[in-house]
Write a protein that binds this ligand. Structure first.
Ligand code: TRP
Ligand code: ZN
Length: 881
């Protein structure tokens, strides 16, 4: 809850810490009602703070904890000798070398925020990023203070048989009164946000793993009893991650022991605490009966992500939280490359790339165009937790990818090597990363800085002219970037634009004497002209291949040109893109027709192109699935001047039904041809087949008949894996058929599996047949709770973000529901509430009647007497911009 009035923190105000911490010794007496934390820290004055204001003051952070006692160099301090503010403890004019001993208490069982030390299902867990450590003990809780940690844990042995912390276990044993202890030592200096402890009743899957240098490391995946049958994939992903980091980047595990712990109550995906990664169960637990292909892919990506943080985040960390993308953008890029390399084929890699583009368009472009728009490196924030965003993560990863596109794979690797050589065990900035890339390659990357400092999605417009007489093709590229809050004008970006030229027969034309068929143009000015010589006939340009930059590309393609690219482009991402453009143009026309009350019509050319693609057996099933997925309702909405969610829904449904009717035979054949009999395997080829098959089923059930309904029902009943079972149930729900019985059967079968119950709520919440009244009913279900973020997300977030035609009901009932539950969530967990609050970001884009209702909801939330800084920042920015 808000204790002071919200304060904006500015990047320009950074000053180095006045004191550095050398060692930290923590003692925990763990008790859910009152945990006692004893903290002994050795501090020394930081010479780099010389001359700055208050350079002799020790400032410790503390939040929601009770101070019991404090000693400085052995002498007890009384209240006159320190200043206890709302969230700080300050000791003025301290000597240069200080040992502080502080005793404090906290109440983990009352901590519903899931930040700091908390209880989940009767066990203790911590979450310290970004500023949770201060909720555990008084400490200079900032990432540029790096210290060596030793941790003593004491707890009841019966209730908490497993006691874990960072680094190595150095001692353990029994105490009086049925308690026991464990002492852990982390050999590496780290910022406090990487601290973790777990005291729990858990079991583990473990094995020893040989590292590249011959050392053996102990790997463990800890879960609640009963879940040991769901840890194989996480363990396999961990081993693959370790191997991949060795092979691709020459980065080794620096510990003898690496642990993953799964917890059911968690605000985010997972956390890279040194040697003790704590995970949302969603990204650990999987077996074929409970997890889908998408879940498996998520586990691989997140296990990789957290493991890769050990170098990009932990060994080299952030100087301050404005630099967050230094570790997150880079680590997302690394996990994306890992997932792509695990598939191994070029076409598999392209499918992962298409998924990344989809995420950007679905979530990051809207963020960049909305009231919360911020640069990859923000200039200010009220609550740092609000800046763990798709911009910092996914756009940040695109920025890292652009270095690789500009410098080449080898050049990028040289930059990485120099980055680690220079900055190992340091807390650094995004500029340091850019400097390593520039220096290792002798390149000037000064202008590239604008990707970090300017918000907004650049728009690149292209036009081409061919001159038959000189056999010359001239491509003109221009760029602009729309204004964002606080940034009315932008300067040109340094944009890599990968380009190919297709002949009339669909082949790639050689673009230079080396015969390259793709070249990377560097657009650095507002407008630039590029010429290609020796082009025998007017080509069709394939622009921004592999999505070489996070921009919107405008080119006046004709339908014929798009159909040509959709058929022939050797770049799979642009092949997919051509299909998306064809579909989008039609969806927008259909939406306008719905609004005008006109008859709806879909041209056969488009359906024929889809048909040809569906039937092209030379293409992977996974790619065909991607190419046949229509732009989502929210991506269509982004293309409209005034968003009309119901009209968009009707238009898209019409297109789905039409395709289903015309391609009925082909879709049925695709289902038959893409069965995956035998034992389930989550590999990309099998998953791709299931993906295409289930996409076809979804299409068919958009225009259901007795035969296809029965087909879906049989798949639901007979499925041997969750991918097929859930897909069949979703298709049935969306068909509009009566699904009470299969829904109940699904629930009864899986009611003991929390992650599957989440799916059960989510698939209902996102169905266009589910209105707000039904969501309120589902909230009364005994399995529903607002306290577990996964459960709240499965119902509330799915409704607000994935069911636009109902959430935006004309009577405003969706917005009333939203306002009511932002407040309810905020009282429990501000981080989760604030994420939910963002569902209203784009309120100014709706029709005036909807806008009025949305504004009322936002004002209601903003005017509440008790409101977290988290939610306040989001709603006040929404109202102001
Ligand atoms: N560093 C984590 C990751 O990206 C993110 C994270 C986990 C987090 N838990 C959090 C961020 C809580 C803020 C609050 O892997
Ligand atoms: Zn991360």
């Amino acid at each position: 809850m808000r204790t002071d009035s919200p304060q904006t923190i500015y990047r320009k105000d950074y000053i180095p810490p006045s004191y550095l911490v050398e060692t930290v010794e923590l003692g925990f007496d763990l008790d859910p009602a009152r945990t006692i934390v004893a903290n002994r820290i050795t501090l020394r004055h930081n010479p780099e703070s010389k001359g700055s204001k208050n350079e002799r003051d020790i400032v410790l952070h503390g939040e929601d904890i009770e101070l019991v006692a404090i000693r400085l160099n052995g002498a007890e301090l009384n209240p006159g000798q320190y200043i206890l503010g709302a969230n700080t403890l300050t000791i003025k004019k301290a000597p240069p070398n200080v040992v502080l001993e502080i005793e404090s208490t906290c109440a983990p069982e009352k901590n519903t925020t899931l930040s700091g030390l908390y209880v989940s299902n009767g066990s203790f867990y911590t979450q310290c990023e970004a500023e949770g450590f201060r909720r555990i003990t008084f400490f200079p809780d900032r990432p540029d203070v790096m210290a060596k940690f030793t941790v003593m844990l004491r707890a009841d042995k019966e209730k908490y048989p497993v006691l874990l912390s960072n680094g190595n276990l150095v001692e353990q044993g029994d105490l009086d009164d049925g308690r026991h202890y464990a002492k852990w030592e982390d050999p590496f200096r780290k910022p406090s946000y990487l601290f973790a402890l777990v005291a729990a009743r858990l079991v583990c899957q473990e094995e020893t793993f040989k590292l590249a240098d011959g050392r053996e490391a102990l790997l463990q995946v800890w879960v609640e009893e009963g879940n040991l049958d769901k840890t194989d994939y996480a363990m396999q992903s961990l081993k693959n991650s370790i191997r991949w980091d060795e092979e691709r980047w020459n980065l080794e595990l620096d510990l003898d022991r690496f642990m993953i712990v799964a917890v059911g109550d968690f605000n985010m995906g997972a956390m890279e605490n040194k040697g003790l990664n704590i995970f949302n169960t969603k990204f650990v637990l999987a077996n074929p009966a409970t997890a889908t292909d998408v879940d498996y892919a998520g586990i691989e990506a997140v296990v990789g992500h957290e493991y890769f943080h050990n170098w990009t985040g932990n060994r080299v960390t952030c100087r301050d939280w404005f630099q967050l993308s230094l570790k997150e953008g880079l680590t997302v890029f690394r996990d994306q490359e890992f997932s792509a390399d695990m598939i191994g084929t070029d076409s598999g890699r392209a499918v992962t790339r298409i998924d990344q583009v989809r995420t950007l368009r679905q979530a990051q472009f809207p963020e960049d165009a909305g009231p919360m728009a911020h640069p990859v490196r923000p200039d200010s924030f009220v609550e740092i937790n609000n800046f763990y965003t798709v911009t910092v993560y996914e756009k940040g990863a695109e920025v890292v990818r652009m270095y690789q596109t500009l410098l080449g794979r080898d050049g990028f690797r040289k930059g990485m090597d120099l980055y680690f050589a220079r900055h190992d065990e340091q807390a650094v900035t995004c500029d340091d990363f850019r400097a390593a890339m520039a220096d290792a390659n002798n390149r000037d990357l000064a202008q590239f800085e604008r990707w970090y400092s300017q918000a907004g999605t650049p728009v690149v417009t292209a036009s081409g002219e061919y001159d038959a007489a000189t056999q010359r093709y001239v491509l003109t590229l221009a760029q602009r970037c729309p204004p964002t809050p606080g940034q009315p004008e932008k300067l040109p970006f340094h944009i890599p634009v990968a380009v190919g030229l297709l002949s009339g027969s669909g082949s790639d034309l050689p673009l230079n004497p080396d015969g390259d068929t793709t070249v990377v143009l560097e657009l650095t000015e507002a407008r630039q002209v590029f010429t290609f010589d020796g082009i025998p006939a007017a080509p069709i340009p394939s622009l921004l291949r592999d999505f070489s930059a996070p921009v919107v590309l405008e080119y006046p393609y004709t339908d014929e040109e798009l159909l040509h690219l959709f058929r022939h482009d050797s770049d799979p991402v642009n092949r997919w893109e051509a299909g998306q453009r064809l579909a989008m143009a039609r969806l927008l026309k259909l939406t306008a027709a719905v609004q005008a009350g006109e008859a709806l019509d879909l041209d056969y050319t488009f359906v024929a192109a889809q048909r040809a693609l569906l039937l092209d057996d030379t293409l992977d099933a996974a790619f065909r699935e991607q190419a046949l997925i229509l732009p989502s309702e929210s991506v269509i909405a982004d293309q409209m001047e005034i968003v009309d969610p119901q009209a968009i829904h009707q238009a898209r449904q019409f297109m789905r039904r039409t395709i289903a009717v015309i391609l009925r035979t082909e879709l049925l054949n695709a289902i038959a041809a893409n069965q995956t009999p035998g034992e389930y395997s989550p590999d990309a080829v099998s998953a791709g087949k299931r993906g295409l098959k289930n996409l076809a089923l979804g299409y068919l059930l958009a225009a259901p008949d007795a035969f296809t309904l029965d087909l879906a029902r049989r798949q639901f009943d007979e499925a041997t894996n969750m991918t097929d079972r859930a897909a069949a149930l979703v298709a049935l729900i969306h068909s509009g058929a009566d699904v009470e019985e299969p829904l109940q059967a699904f629930y009864d079968q899986f009611k003991g599996e929390a992650l599957v119950v989440d799916k059960w709520f989510a698939m209902q919440a996102s169905a266009p047949t589910t209105d707000v009244a039904r969501v309120r009913e589902l909230m009364q279900h005994p399995a529903f709770t607002l306290r577990t973020p996964n459960r709240a997300r499965s119902l509330l977030f799915s409704f607000a973000n994935a069911n636009p035609s109902q959430f935006h009901a004309k009577d405003g009932s969706g917005y009333e529901f939203w306002a009511e539950h932002v407040a309810k969530l905020d009282a429990l967990n501000p981080q989760v509430a604030s994420r939910f609050a963002r569902s209203m970001d784009r309120w100014r884009r709706y029709a005036p009647e909807l806008q009025a209702n949305m504004r009322r909801g936002l004002e209601q939330v903003a005017g509440a007497t008790k409101l977290s800084n988290d939610v306040m920042e989001v709603v006040s920015k929404a109202l102001a911009n």
